[in-house]
Design a protein. Structure first.
Lengths: 96, 498
């Protein structure tokens, strides 16, 4: 996954942009994410249905993959069945 | 990666939220996004290779910035204050361009270059009309988002290139999406052709902090807009702050109680002025930002708590930090190096080098990055023991006297401690004996018209050393600054020429 690549959920409205890549296959709602949304979206796996939040950054435990959620959805993000966690930002005072 | 993502996300998260107020008109994020899509359509249809803005700040600036990003064309905001000949040369370097703004001037300066020119009103109207029916264009392969011409103090202006990846990395690394409260509004009064003006648009949209655009800075208009729109944030350059304070001191009574945060940068802020501002706005958080065009804006900052701590401190080392630009961003690496490129320890002056994803360090003609990705800023500075960065002028401004490097800043700082000195600039002047010697241009503080040159020389000799003592001292009514508050040292140098 190249930085800048956009991925879409095959089962909900979620869209992410890759910030840091890797070879991993990212899933949303339990289904691998795709380049183009299918006309007939499948069902969300209840184990991955906590939802994604716009503007949040999602990372894997090893820190090799980082995704920015650019559109929220009902599915949650995972790699190899392990849920991704949100990255806490360090708050900086606005300088612009 | 594409910058348009910033506006797209804001429009997705808060389509009906007001994102921009300009000249009394209020724009929702959805309206801005539609206009950007329409603008991209018009720009692509023009067949031009660049998008330029030759205008004061208005809604046309964000619409053109995001529209150009969507269309895959470099956005080139131009300095409308440039003289005709200088502007004509720049127009020739971006032809054919889709240009928004001063139609008459472009027709006069560069009539045959194939530019497509629109007035602000026509551009905005066309963008809105096209945007109503339009949809987001396919992702482009263009990687250049913004091209800014440097001020070109010694040679022809350089075209600094900022890629989508640089600017997005800056925004994603420093701003949390939708982090602004609903009542937050930022007053933007820096010109659209300055990196601070571009960064302000991007940061504010991503934070979803409402932008209050002031077309051109004027202190009374600034104060009136703060009061009318309850501005909570603002960015100013030092000259703006000085003029605002002068109006308040002269009795301007606008309610500025809504201001929670004022950020400043873009030039040297006299310590006395920021001290005065901290007293005048006791509840406001001040942030000093240091950055360059080539670094996508801020690389180091001194935050509100650090300002207050320094303002109150009796510890000279902490109090001195009010004159620093704070510490590097967590996403930035920063080093001070000597002339051979070797890193210097804390306390030693050298050239500031930075590295990070937001750092482009690139011009249209060449990249200035070294093999390891470090950008030599040509700014001189030093770090204190806690990592606070102090600026010491441009590396090119160093005075070389008999092989000894002298930073103008150290002489200026000493002279400014004299009660009769209001403003000062030290420059290198030709010397048959030393190659260069120190020349000092002084502005007397009001009520201190007579300056005792011998006393000033003694002050420098005692606080520094004899090589720093000015060979020539001249008295001026005012030092030459540009509109962003940058001292024009080349103009000062000319005053010493025979």
């Amino acid at each position: 996954m190249k930085p800048g690549t956009k991925l879409k959920s095959a089962v909900c409205d979620t869209e992410v942009m890759v910030i840091k890549g890797g070879d991993a296959v990212v899933s949303c709602g339990g289904a691998p994410m795709v380049d183009d949304k299918p006309a007939d979206p499948g069902a969300i796996d209840p184990a991955f249905a906590e939802g994604s939040k716009i503007g949040k950054r999602y990372v894997d435990a090893a820190g090799t993959v980082e995704l920015l959620c650019v559109k929220a959805g009902k599915g949650s993000l995972s790699i190899d069945g392990v849920a991704l966690s949100t990255k806490d930002a360090k708050p900086l005072p606005s300088s612009d | 990666m594409n910058l348009s993502l910033i506006l797209q996300m804001a429009a997705e998260a808060g389509p009906d939220t007001i994102g921009l107020v300009c000249d009394g008109r209020r724009w929702t994020y959805r309206a801005l996004w539609c206009a950007a899509i329409g603008a991209a359509d018009a720009m692509a249809a023009s067949g031009c290779t660049h998008v330029a803005l030759l205008d004061e700040s208005s809604e046309a600036a964000p619409i053109a910035l995001f529209g150009a990003a969507l269309a895959g064309l470099p956005y080139v905001p131009l300095n409308y204050r440039l003289a005709d000949a200088d502007l004509a040369a720049l127009l020739g370097r971006i032809a054919p361009a889709y240009i928004i703004g001063d139609v008459d001037r472009i027709g006069r300066l560069d009539p045959d270059a194939g530019h497509v020119v629109r007035t602000r009103a026509d551009f905005v109207a066309e963008a809105e009309t096209r945007g109503e029916a339009g949809s987001e264009p396919p992702e482009t392969d263009e990687t250049i988002a913004v091209q800014l011409f440097t001020s070109g103090t010694t040679a022809a202006p350089k075209a600094a290139v900022l890629r989508h990846a640089n600017l997005l990395s800056y925004i994603l690394g420093t701003v949390d999406f939708m982090s602004a409260g609903e009542d937050e509004a930022v007053l933007v009064s820096v010109p659209p052709y300055h990196i601070a003006g571009i960064a302000a648009l991007l940061s504010s949209v991503y934070a979803m902090r409402r932008i209050l655009l002031l077309p051109a800075f004027e202190p009374d208009a600034w104060l009136a807009l703060v009061a009318a729109e309850r501005a909570t944030n603002a960015f100013v350059v030092p000259t703006m702050l000085s003029r605002i304070i002068a109006r308040i001191d002269a009795g301007a009574a606008d309610d500025t109680g809504s201001l929670r945060a004022i950020a400043y940068g873009g030039g040297r802020m006299p310590t006395e002025m920021i001290d005065r501002a901290l007293t005048l706005f006791p509840e406001t958080g001040f942030t000093n930002a240091y950055g360059l065009t080539e670094t996508s804006s801020t690389v180091a900052l001194l935050g509100p708590d650090e300002h207050r701590a320094a303002h109150r401190s009796n510890d000279p080392a902490i109090a001195a930090r009010l004159g620093s630009v704070g510490r590097p961003l967590p996403t930035i690496e920063l080093e001070i190096r000597d002339e051979a490129g070797r890193p210097l320890p804390a306390g030693e002056r050298g050239e500031i080098y930075v590295r990070g994803d937001q750092v482009s360090g690139e011009y249209k003609e060449r990249s200035a990055l070294d093999a390891d990705g470090w950008f030599p800023t040509r700014d001189a500075g030093w770090l204190d023991a806690e990592g606070y960065l102090f600026l010491a002028g441009r590396a090119d401004d160093v005075i070389v006297r008999g092989g000894e490097n002298i930073s103008p800043g150290e002489i200026e700082d000493v002279l400014l401690t004299h009660p009769a000195v209001g403003d000062v600039a030290a420059v290198g002047i030709a010397s048959t004996e030393w190659g260069e010697a120190v020349g000092v241009a002084l502005v007397a503080r009001p009520g201190h018209a007579v300056l005792d040159e011998a006393e000033l020389r003694t002050l420098v000799r005692e606080r520094l050393r004899s090589s720093r003592v000015p060979e020539r001292i001249i008295l001026l009514d005012a030092l030459p600054y540009n509109e962003m508050g940058k001292l024009l040292r080349r103009e000062v140098r000319k005053l010493f020429q025979p």
